[in-house]
Design a protein around this ligand. Structure first.
Ligand SMILES: [Zn+2]
Length: 125
């Protein structure tokens, strides 16, 4: 599946939401998040995921720590209070988005259009 620029743009946001969601619940590390995102159908490698994790940490949404598991050092990421807050806000937006785009509830927008007046007869549809 080749991704056009707008799809990549959307998916970059979705991937950040997935990471935050999982990192709010429990500590996560790169390889398992990569596998989880691939399971969701995203085309990501660890190489592309790490800059995203680092960015989320630099922005204060994740905090990392190292731990040795089965003789190997793993870098775990956990959501910070700011990460929890931003996920909670995104959940509200997601609900609205699902209601409108997936369930096709656009009555509020139709009401808004009504209030603003209909376009003239010659306007392209
Ligand atoms: Zn997931």
């Amino acid at each position: 599946m080749a991704e056009d620029p707008i799809t990549r743009h959307f998916f970059n946001g979705f991937i950040r939401l997935h990471i935050l969601y999982h990192a709010v619940k429990e500590p996560v590390y790169g390889a398992e998040i990569t596998e989880e995102l691939v399971r969701h159908g995203y085309r990501v490698s660890q190489g592309t995921l790490y800059p995203t994790l680092h960015q989320l940490e630099d922005q204060g949404y994740l905090k990392s720590y190292s731990e040795v598991v089965r003789g190997r050092r793993r870098k775990y990421y956990r959501a910070t209070p700011a990460g929890q807050k931003v996920l909670a806000e995104a959940r509200t937006k997601l609900l609205e988005l699902v209601a409108e785009v997936i369930e096709d509830h656009d009555q509020p927008f139709q009401n808004l259009k009504q209030k603003r007046g209909k376009p003239g007869p010659d306007k392209p549809t």
